[in-house]
Design a protein around this ligand. Sequence first.
Ligand code: ADP
Ligand code: ZN
Length: 298
Amino acid sequence: MFPLYGGIEAGGTKFVCAVGTGPDDIRAEVRFPTTSPAETIKKAVAFFEEQQKLLNRPLTALGIAAFGPLDPNRGSPTFGFITSTPKPGWQNADLAGEVRRALKLPVGFDTDVNGAALAEGRWGAAQGLDTFLYLTIGTGIGGGGMVGGKLMHGLVHPEMGHIRLPRDRQADPFEGFCLYHGDCLEGLASGPALEKRWGVKAETLPPEHPAWALEALYLGLALSDFICTLSPQRIILGGGVMSQPHLFPLVRAETLRLLNGYVRSPQILEKIDEYIVPPALGARAGVLGAFALAKAAL
Ligand code: ADP
Ligand code: ZN
C-alpha cells in the first residue's frame, strides 16, 4: 500500500489541510482562516485525527509548507518555529513541534515556496531538473527552489522577495510598503503594492494599464539577478498576481533585455517561453508541496 501523507499549507490568511498520496489522490481537504496559533493548530490536528479514523488508516508522515520567516534547520533548537513574522501572535510559534507532539508522526517542515518547488520538481513544471526556482507573487513575494537537487537552506532560508532593486523614483515615486525595507521587491511588486500604488485591486487593473510594464520591469530586474546568482535551469512564477496571463510575455521580454545576451544558454536565448513558466500544479502546489515534505521527512 502507498504511504498516506498529511499536508498542511500554512498561509498567513488561511490553512489548507489535506490527506492523500499525490496529485491524483487527494482524499480529503479542509480550509479555515489562520487565527491564533493555538486555535488554528487545534483545528488542523482535529482534521487529521478524524481522517485517520474515517480512512481507518494511520498517516505515514505529515508535511507543513508554511509562511515565514521560519526555522527550517533540523537540529536547531527552534526547528519548526515561525520566527520573526509581523503576523500577530505567531512570533516564535512552534508550529511543527505542536503538530508532531499531538499526532506523533514524523513531520517535514519548510517554507511554502520550498514546498511548492519540491512538488513542482516531483510532479510539475520542474521535473528532471536539479537547479530551479519557484517564486510566488501574491500577498507577499517569496522564492525557494533547489540547487544541485537540494532544497535551498543555509543560515536560514532565502528571502528572495526582499532584495533591493535599482529604481527610477521619478518614474515611480511610490515609496513601497514592506514593513522592514519599504521599497524592496515585495514592497514594490506584490499584490498589495500594486493596490497601494494604483488605488485599485491588482485584479481589476486592465492589461493596457501602465502598472503592468512597471511590474514586469521589477520582476525582470529580480529574475536577471537570480539568473546571474544561481544559474537556475528554469524559473516558475506563481501567486495571484501571475494569474494575469499577459504578464508572462512582459516579464520574459524584460528579463532578456536586462541580461542583454550575456548568459549564453539556448534555454534563455531561444526558449525563454519554456524557461520562465507558470506552475503546472496551480493551486494544488501548496498541499502537494506539503505531501512532498512529508515524504522527505521519512
Ligand atoms: P497568497 O499570497 O496570500 O497566498 P495569492 O497568491 O492569491 O495569495 O495572492 C493574493 C494577491 O494577489 C492579492 O494582493 C491580490 O490582489 C492579487 N491577485 C489575485 N488575483 C489576481 C489577478 N487575477 N490579477 C492580479 N492580481 C491578483
Ligand atoms: Zn522587504
